[in-house]
Each structure stands twice: as C-alpha cells, then as structure tokens.
Design a binder for this molecule. Structure first.
Ligand SMILES: *Cc1c(COP(=O)(O)O)cnc(C)c1O
Length: 497
C-alpha cells in the first residue's frame, strides 16, 4: 500500500514517509492509493478482540511497510489501561434504544484527539527510523485547543522529538488554556497567537515550506513533522474506532451484521468524519454520515450547495474546537470523489487561496449528497440540547457532542430515518464546563474553573476527571503571546535553544 498526494498523483511513497513528512511538498495531503476492503468475516473476527488487537488488524492494511512487531509495539504502547480510563478505550453509551454515544474522550486529555495522538508518537518515531534515521523530529501544531494538549501529552519527553504548539489567544476554553500552559516535559513549548485558529494553521503551514527555516533546521539535524489531522498518522487511527464500534455493537447484540449504522460527527477540520467515510468505503455497513457544525457552518453550506466560501464572518462559539473556516481534510474527500483528479484539486485549492471560494462539479455535488447530510446549530440550541439530554437521560454532554445531538434531532425530524445511529462524542463535559454549567441553569458569574468543577459535580452528580481537576496544583509554565507574523522566529528560537 503506497500513498499519493492529493495534488500530484505521480507521488508514490510508503506510509513511513507519509507519516514522517506530514504534508507532501506540493502542498497536497497524503492519501492511500487504494482503500482496503474488509470482508464480513474479517469484521466479525474483530468482535472478540481487544481494542488494541482490532487496531493491529486495521493498521496492517494501511502500514504495509511496518513489520508486525512494529505495529504491535505501536498499538500496545498507546491503547492500554494506563493511558485510557476504560478497558474498551472507545466506550459506547446508550441514550435510548438504537441511539448510541461513542465516548472518544477517556484518554489522558479528555478529548477525542487522544485516540490518535496517543499512538502518533509511536507511529512517527518508527517511521522516522525508516526514513530520516538519526535526525531529530520537531513537531509543530496549530490547535483550536484539544489537539495541542493531546499532542503535548503524546510527545512529552519522547526521545528524538520536540514539540511546539500555537493556539488562538482568545479562542480556547479556560480549562484548555490551563491544560496547555501547565504542560510538563523538557521538549515542549506552548505559545498563544493574537489571532484565530486559521491564523495559527496558516502560520504553521507556511513555516513547513519556509526555505530559510528549513535550512536552519538542517544545521541542527532536525526535520519538521506535523501532528495536525493533515498527517495520515492522525487519520488512520481514527478509522479504527468506527470499525471497532460496528464490531462491538454486533457483539453486544445491538446490530445484526449488515444492518446499517448512521454516524453523526461534530465537525471542524473534517478529520473525524473523514475517518468515518474511510470506514464506510472499506465495507463497514455505515449508512448516512451526518456532518454537524456550529455557527461556523461553512461545511453545512458546502455539503448542501457544493460551494465552499470562506468569505464570511468567523464566530467564537461555546464549541471552540469546531470554530474553523478552513477544513483541511475536505481535500482528501474531494480527491476521492473526483476519481483522484489532482488537476481539479489544484484548481479548487488555488481558488480557495486566491478568492476564498470554489465550487465543485455536479458529479461531486451529487456524490456528496448521497453520502452526507449536513446541519448546524447556534450556541443557544447547543445549550438547550445539553439541558434536554441531561433532563431526559441523565447524560451529561459537552458542547461539541451537543451540536451533533441537535443536528441529529433535526435530521430525524426532517427525514424520519430511524436507522440505528452512533453519535461521536468528542470531549468530556468538564473540558467545556462553563458553557455546560450555564446550559443547565447554573450561575457562572465570578467563579473560576475550579469552583466551577465543584458546582458542576454537585449539580449533575458526575465526577470530573482527575486529569482536569489536578491542573489546579500545577504551575503555569508558558505565558507568551505573539503576532501570527512572528511565528517563524518563535520556532527558530525554540529549535536553537
Ligand atoms: C477537534 C475536535 C472536533 C472537530 O474534529 P475534526 O476532526 O477537526 O472535524 C470536535 N470536537 C472536539 C471536542 C474536538 O476536539
């Protein structure tokens, strides 16, 4: 299995190269040359396996240049009960018959990013040995909050690596900021940006191809890599939990094999839902993919009209990890839906850069509509959904999951589709505690994030994960805040330290 670039089909590299480079030098994203198919027997054989064993079976199909021992080393290092608070790793809760919540936040930082970022350091260090042996790896991350912390936890003190994280100064929750600025480890750095997430992401993308910075890196025997969801090593691990969930629901007697399962995903950069698309293309009986957005509803418009237009206001919402106007992973979907037409992809993404807008062909529009449904909701609706779910099911959802729930309710009302459905739950509610407490009618005036934890625990009778409450006793290590234009020099300073 080799990998191509979405912007140049002549690129032909192994997975170790794709993972250690992150982004292709033509600016494209690495994509598998073909999507491996899973037979019924294969999926049924996963039913009685642990999560790590299921992951092993799936990775074998994608990482064909890794040895079996290397894949074992990666999955066992990541998916164990030391790193995750549940043996299932990705736990499935029931809301009501046929509606399941896939809790992807039992990892060390309480958001779904851990599902990929616990294993990425293993995948990356094994890949680097094969491709750039002896060189150090410097990870740059642009984050809307959750990726940054999850990447820091994954890479802290990993030999041969260092990591620098940029986050929008006013675009993350108090708890997210607290988690990042108190990060431990000798190879880490965290920096606030006076701008939004897209500024962070553009800055990082530019640094990756900045000749001057790359030359400076070479002097210290270091290469860049990316832990953002543009890296194939982030995406591949996310495919696994959709396949694993289907097998688990069959095992639990909730699904007959072959029965369709709809999947709802609260979406930002389009990574998580793209992983569900890959699982569907691999033969898992997945029905509709329901793409849920907050007030930054660029994807809703795109899926409904075929026009991607970023010339629109940017909103700061209570689901900040979805406050994004450029969904990078969409490029992979379009590459597949155009029949791997790199010329069209170049055309559209050049237009996105120059005009901020592109429109896909009619063929692509209609295949998108076959596969996806898209909807959005605002903060008021998000908060109402949190309250509704808590009142009706005593289940506490975070703001991102609540967006998914609300869009799913709208979908059911509109289509009467009662196919069994899996809602991807992407964060523990305590990560976005202020909005959650407010949604339940609590008064957040004048309280800090730790008083808030106590109040939310009392009100809901649910426990805050220790990983969040313990940030209280940790010293703040990173206080810097810079303009987007100063990101490259900040990176050089860190590298040369
Ligand atoms: C990152 C994130 C999302 C969005 O996921 P994408 O893969 O970027 O679409 C949704 N919810 C939470 C809590 C996140 O951290």
């Amino acid at each position: 299995m080799n990998y191509k670039s979405t912007r140049d089909v002549k690129v032909n590299v192994q997975s170790a190269y794709a993972i250690s480079k992150g982004l292709s030098s033509d600016g494209g994203l690495f994509v598998p040359e073909q999507i491996p198919m899973l037979s019924k027997e294969k999926i049924m054989s996963l039913c009685d396996m642990s999560y790590a064993d299921r992951a092993y079976e799936i990775f074998k199909l994608f990482l064909t240049d890794f040895t079996d021992e290397e894949i074992r080393y990666c999955v066992n290092g990541a998916y164990n009960d030391k790193n995750f608070a549940t043996n299932d790793i990705a736990e499935i809760s029931h809301l009501l018959t046929g509606t399941y919540v896939l809790e992807l936040w039992h990892g060390p930082t309480c958001a779904f990013k851990d599902m990929a970022l616990q294993i990425l350091p293993y995948l990356l260090t094994v890949s680097a040995k094969k491709t750039v042996d002896g060189k150090k790896i410097s990870i740059l991350v642009a984050t809307s909050g959750d990726t940054g912390k999850a990447a820091l936890e994954g890479f802290k003190d990993v030999a041969g690596t260092s990591i620098m994280v940029f986050y929008p100064e006013d675009g993350v929750s108090n708890m997210q900021k607290r988690q990042m600025t108190t990060q431990e480890g000798s190879n880490v750095n965290v920096c606030a940006i006076k701008g939004n997430f897209d500024d962070c992401q553009n800055g990082v993308k530019q640094i990756f191809t900045d000749e001057k910075v790359i030359a400076e890196l070479e002097k210290v025997n270091t290469v860049f890599s990316s832990a953002n969801s543009i890296n194939w090593g982030r995406l591949a691990p996310q495919i696994i939990y959709y396949i694993s969930s289907y097998a688990q629901l069959v095992k639990n007697g909730e699904l007959e094999y072959g029965e369709k399962l709809n999947v709802v995903v609260p979406t930002g950069n389009f990574g998580n839902i793209l992983a569900a698309y890959y699982a569907k293309q691999m033969g898992v009986p997945i029905g509709k993919l329901i793409c849920a957005s907050n007030a930054n509803n660029i994807l809703t418009d795109f899926i409904n009209t075929g026009v991607y237009d970023r010339n629109r206001p940017f909103y700061t919402t209570v689901s900040p990890s979805m406050d994004i106007l450029i969904s990078s992973n969409l490029e992979r979907l379009l590459y597949h839906l155009t029949g791997e037409n790199d010329r069209l992809i170049n055309e559209w993404f050049t237009l996105l850069k120059t005009e901020g807008r592109y429109e896909v062909s009619d063929v692509v529009k209609s295949s998108i509509k076959d596969i996806f449904y898209a909807g959005c909701c605002d903060d008021t609706q998000t908060k109402a959904a949190i309250k509704e779910v808590f009142d009706n099911y005593s289940y506490l959802m975070d703001t991102h999951t609540a967006v998914a729930y609300k869009v799913y309710e709208d979908y059911k009302a509109k289509t009467s589709d009662n196919t069994k459905t899996l809602i991807a739950s992407t964060a523990n509610p305590y990560k976005f505690g202020f909005a959650v407490y407010d949604a339940l009618g609590g008064d957040t005036n004048g309280i800090d994030e730790f008083e808030l934890i106590e109040k939310l625990e009392q009100l809901t009778n649910t426990a805050c994960p220790a990983a969040l409450s313990q940030t209280k006793n940790k010293p703040v290590r990173f206080t810097g805040s810079i303009e987007p234009s100063d990101m490259a020099s900040a990176v050089l300073e860190f590298i040369n330290k």
